[in-house]
Design a protein around this ligand. Structure first.
Ligand code: FPP
Length: 247
């Protein structure tokens, strides 16, 4: 029996964000190099994406490469970039078969050309798909995104488009990377680390956080269902008290 049978499909999160952590440790456990962990992590991405399609989740955001990841050994960074290029190129037809639209957030300007080009090609090829958005966070950090938004707002004030007093949450959100996408209701981090690592800090203000000891390459569709079940058993109060929620 699959845990999906226990899930209330009417009450699934619309947006799930995942910090895919533990590839390096997983590889070490297998006596392999770190890159083997990353390429095995792609299998888990495939499984989890399909599971999200089955649940009717509309947006899945994956932390694939942070602005801090450039500090890793060159061999690992190059290997990760090649893996992105290869994976994106190989998966386009499968994305289309599953009606998945590929998108990305992050500072693209520093990505290698091959990665930028493949990403653009795949985005165009999948742009009409409607079931789910797969959003890859690439050279992303929340502080980068927030500073960018602040700069844009400051520019609008300078140009007289708005006055400082009019800046509010909704105007600010318009300047973030994915203004049209609802905030994630569920954030998952694998590998037993209890950190947010500069991921979607604005958008996860009210997200439920789910941490698991599983290393990312071992994370399966059943693990995703477990996380969603856990989410469904929580009470999301948004600052209210329990009694107000049924009103
Ligand atoms: C963190 O594990 C993982 C990453 C920095 C990379 C994740 C990327 C993938 C799974 C490839 C996905 C590709 C596509 C196109 C979706 P870690 O290396 O920090 O593990 P450790 O903490 O055990 O060292």
């Amino acid at each position: 029996m699959s845990l999906i049978d226990k899930i209330n499909l009417e009450k699934c999160p619309q947006h799930i964000a995942i910090i895919m952590d533990g590839n390096g440790r997983w590889a070490k456990q297998q006596g392999e190099v770190r890159l083997f962990g990353h390429s095995s992590g792609v299998e888990a991405v495939r499984d989890v994406l399909k599971a999200c399609v089955d649940l009717g989740v509309k947006h899945l955001t994956l932390y694939a490469f942070s602005t801090e990841n450039w500090n890793r050994p060159k061999e690992e960074v190059d290997g990760l970039m090649n893996l992105m290029v290869e994976t994106i190129a190989n998966e386009v037809s499968e994305l289309n078969e599953n009606d998945v639209r590929l998108r990305s957030i992050g500072d693209e300007s520093k990505l290698p050309d091959a990665c930028k080009n493949e990403l653009h090609r795949a985005q165009v090829a999948t742009s009409e798909n409607k079931s789910i958005d797969l959003i890859l966070a690439l050279n992303y950090s929340a502080r980068w995104e927030i500073i960018n938004a602040v700069r844009n707002i400051a520019k609008r004030v300078e140009e007289g488009d708005i006055v400082a007093n009019e800046v509010n949450e909704s105007k600010f959100e318009q300047e973030l990377a994915m203004p049209e996408i609802p905030d994630p209701e569920l954030l998952i981090r694998t590998s037993g680390e209890y950190r947010l690592s500069n991921f979607l800090l604005w958008q996860i203000a009210y997200a439920e956080l789910y941490f698991t000891e599983k290393l990312w390459p071992d994370f399966t569709r059943e693990d995703l269902f477990r996380a969603v079940l856990d989410y469904q058993n929580r009470e999301r109060r948004f600052g209210k008290v329990s009694e107000q929620l049924t009103e």
